[in-house]
Design a protein around this ligand. Structure first.
Ligand code: F6P
Length: 500
């Protein structure tokens, strides 16, 4: 017995939208025609269409850093001119593509790649390498790809235990080339190469860098030929399309990297040209805004029913919350809405973790269910398992939407829990690119709707600054320290606890 009719009579039949073969179904958002009409008028009033045009035209929409947000140019495979302050950026981008392609053919006998980077210099390449590892038709070079991000040496030790120093290449990825975790990890890996009797020449040949700060990479000791540049008009969390995506080409071939770019480019063309009413990133953004306005939601979950997308929620957390986790708008005024807390993990695992809360908790938390139509293999067992996976995805969405009445209050499902269904035709480089670009463009649209600058991240600096004096005070066995301008009484007590 369900608590409401399965079909929602006031829900418009056109709840399904398709772009680049990716299907979005918003039926369970329970937004009726009048509400959609209102939402699209909000989009028009927020000048979303003009914002999209400005973004692709290289306008300095990242006004606080006086920069464009032109990551779309990085996947503009047709190389149609993209002008940034009067200069076409495509020749420089195409030159990096050429160099990446050439490098793919040079790496012979490499057993291990240690990819050192954090945040946007890690989440994107890590996601793509994991997502494409078992895609039929993608030939892997079979190199062990080690992602070293955290300053915690546990990750470093695990990697150095496995990698073969004489056949290892090191890619240091950092837009700023000043991120402490990355530079310290890079130094530790260079010392490991030295400790394993690698010659100076071997070390020089095995070190590569991907950065927007070429002088700093040279200063570190990377040969110019081994430095792959990107630019300050590419945000870190939007950078997987640049040479930051190098591991994808090295492991799966340049053609696969091009496929990845092509999917994102196709989604960009849709975002740039489709009317608001048929525009997937815009519709997803408006649906979230609607739930903020109607239900006062403060969190949302992205749940890929595909183990290959296990790293997707982590990538999305940085994209959404570093882009739009802000309290003031473009005019410095308090925002009405901004990014909710974003979390997620793969289904069906998530059903055995926090779905109890999603179904019966007091808070309404919208969900993006992401599913893949085609199983990763045609083996009968894989087809059977895939059918169960999809059935669970659809069942969870239905149960959340309609709920269930019961005499025993403990068994009541309130329902009215909104969700989207995103359906990829299959998981390959093209549709992975399309999916990530869909969410990047959704994040940009949300920024436009919330009147937020989605392309700076001033909130990540203060903690790093405070860590410096605290790190200096952490000397085990030292005399107890007193609170001072940088270290308050609580932290001083904690430092003394750690030092004792
Ligand atoms: O690529 P970099 O400069 O090392 O920065 C790493 C990450 O740190 C941040 O600057 C702050 O989290 C992110 O925006 C960025 O992706």
């Amino acid at each position: 017995m369900t608590s409401r009719p399965l079909q929602n009579p006031d829900n418009p039949t056109n709840s399904t939208f398709t772009a680049v073969d990716v299907v979005l179904d918003t039926a369970y958002q329970h937004i009726d025609a009048a509400e959609w009409k209102k939402l699209f008028s909000v989009a028009k009033k927020s000048k979303v269409k003009e914002f999209i045009a400005d973004m692709f035209a290289g306008k300095h929409i990242n006004f606080s850093e006086d920069r464009p947000a032109l990551h779309s140019a990085l996947r503009n495979l047709p190389k149609s001119p993209v002008f940034l302050d009067g200069i076409d950026v495509m020749p420089a981008i195409a030159d990096v593509w050429r160099r990446i392609d050439a490098l793919c053919n040079k790496w012979v006998g490499v057993t291990d790649v240690i990819h050192i980077g954090i945040g946007g210099s890690d989440f994107g390449p890590r996601l793509a390498i994991e997502a494409l590892a078992h895609v039929p038709g993608i030939e892997s070079r079979g190199m062990r790809m080690h992602f070293l991000a955290n300053i915690d040496t546990a990750e470093l030790a695990r990697i150095l235990d496995r990698a073969q120093p004489n056949s290892t290449r090191v890619i240091i990825v950092s837009k700023s080339f000043t991120t402490l975790e990355t530079t310290m990890n890079a130094k530790a890996v260079v010392n490991w190469l030295k400790d394993n009797d690698c010659t100076k020449g071997q070390i020089t040949n095995s070190l590569f860098a991907v950065t927007a700060n070429v002088p700093a990479a040279k200063e570190f000791g990377i040969e110019e030929d081994n430095i792959y540049p990107f630019w300050d008009w590419v945000g870190g969390r939007y950078s997987v399309w640049s040479a930051v995506g190098l591991p994808i080409a090295l492991q799966y071939g340049f053609k696969t990297f091009e496929e990845f770019l092509a999917g994102a480019h196709a989604m960009d063309l849709h975002f740039k040209n489709a009317p608001l009413e048929e525009n997937l990133p815009v519709i997803m953004a408006l649906a979230l805004l609607h739930q903020q306005q109607k239900q006062g939601i403060t969190a949302y979950a992205a749940i890929p029913y595909a183990d290959a997308l296990d790293a997707f929620p982590k990538w999305l957390q940085q994209l959404d919350m570093e882009s739009n986790g802000k309290s003031v708008d473009r005019n410095g005024k308090p925002v009405k809405y901004s990014s909710p807390v974003v979390f997620g993990s793969t289904g069906s695992n998530a059903q055995h973790s926090y779905f109890q809360l999603l179904h019966q908790g007091p808070d309404i938390i919208p969900i993006d269910f992401i599913a893949v139509r085609k199983p990763m293999s045609e083996r009968p067992e894989a087809i059977a398992h895939h059918r169960i996976l999809l059935a669970n995805c659809l069942a969870q969405a239905q149960a959340l939407a309609h709920g269930k009445t019961a005499d025993n209050p403990n068994h009541v499902y309130p329902g009215n829990r909104p969700s989207n269904l995103l359906l990829l035709p299959e998981l390959n480089a093209f549709y992975l690119g399309a999916l990530l670009a869909l969410y990047e463009n959704r994040a940009a649209t949300l920024g436009a709707l919330w009147n937020i600058n989605s392309f700076d991240q001033p909130g990540v600096e203060y903690g790093k600054v405070l860590a410096k004096p605290i790190e200096k005070a952490l000397v085990s066995g030292s005399d107890p320290i007193q609170a001072n301008d940088d270290i308050d009484a609580v932290t001083a007590a904690r430092i003394n606890l750690l030092n004792s």
